[in-house]
Design a protein around this ligand. Structure first.
Ligand SMILES: [Zn+2]
Length: 261
């Protein structure tokens, strides 16, 4: 083994080379005083994290681009970047940084709360959500728009018609607003069960983002790595290694990704 290969393997350790595509989960990027739900990363920290990816030879991309590259046996230097809830700070705090590094991302927007607030987080603080115009602006800048449902409710408890509306109507709304096909769904709170995953499949989505690994893990319930404001470069490194260890040393490979390593 050459020194060069050892070096590049070390640079990629964890996120890009493994069998399960790595998808990072963000929410809001802004300065803050209070963040009880740990959904906010300061702009300084976010910039540091993106710089760290870049220096490792990794490129942040949308989940659609990541999965498409993986299905062609490529994309070994790609990491998915996702932003849940569609906070308005995406436009001014995230987009310029992504642009600087040549990265893209997926924003999972709540179709029934455009221009509203994060009212589902009881303790607050209140954060503004993107307007329809901001969603279009992000889409036009090359960002993938995915659906996070209509109202941000836990879907396993939803009745049939409500479940259908959350999954299908949100897609129709967001395709209209973004001018893009919407092919990804993100489960609010990461809550999934068989019925919900089946609903997403039947609605024609190509992939779904969960949070944790579960019996449903696969293309329609991708586990993601939470990244927070405490994640310094060495903690990111540790999370990348943990991802590799979790997915590459399993006795049972995940069927959707068994051949994409
Ligand atoms: Zn959410």
């Amino acid at each position: 083994m050459t020194g060069q290969l050892t070096h590049s393997r070390a640079r990629y350790a964890g996120w890009a080379a493994g069998s399960m595509p790595a998808v990072l989960m963000y929410h809001s990027v802004t300065e803050y005083d209070s963040d009880p739900y740990l959904v906010t990363v300061s702009p300084g920290r976010f910039g540091q994290q993106m710089r760290w990816l870049r220096r490792r030879g990794l490129r942040g991309v949308s989940v659609a681009e990541l999965l498409s590259a993986r299905s062609r046996g490529a994309g070994r230097d790609l990491v998915g970047l996702t932003f849940d809830d569609g906070y308005a700070d995406f436009t001014d705090q995230v987009l310029p940084v992504l642009k600087r590094y040549g990265f893209t991302a997926t924003v999972f927007v709540i179709a029934g709360r455009l221009g509203g607030e994060n009212g589902w987080d009881e303790q607050g603080p209140r954060k503004q959500l993107m307007t329809a115009r901001q969603v279009r602006q992000a889409a036009d800048a090359g960002i993938e728009i995915g659906s996070h449902g209509l109202r941000h409710v836990s879907l396993p408890g939803a009745a049939g018609p409500a479940l259908t509306a959350e999954i299908e109507n949100s897609r129709v709304v967001l395709q209209g607003v973004s001018g893009q096909p919407v092919t990804g769904f993100c489960y609010p709170y990461g809550h999934v069960d068989e019925r919900v995953v089946e609903g997403v499949r039947e609605a024609g989505y190509e992939y779904g983002c969960a949070i944790w690994a579960s019996a449903h893990t696969g293309r329609l319930a991708l586990p993601r790595t939470y990244v927070g404001d405490a994640d310094s470069p060495w903690r990111l490194w540790a999370k990348a290694l943990r991802h590799r260890v979790t997915w590459d040393y399993r006795s049972q490979p995940v069927p959707d990704f068994a051949h994409s390593a």
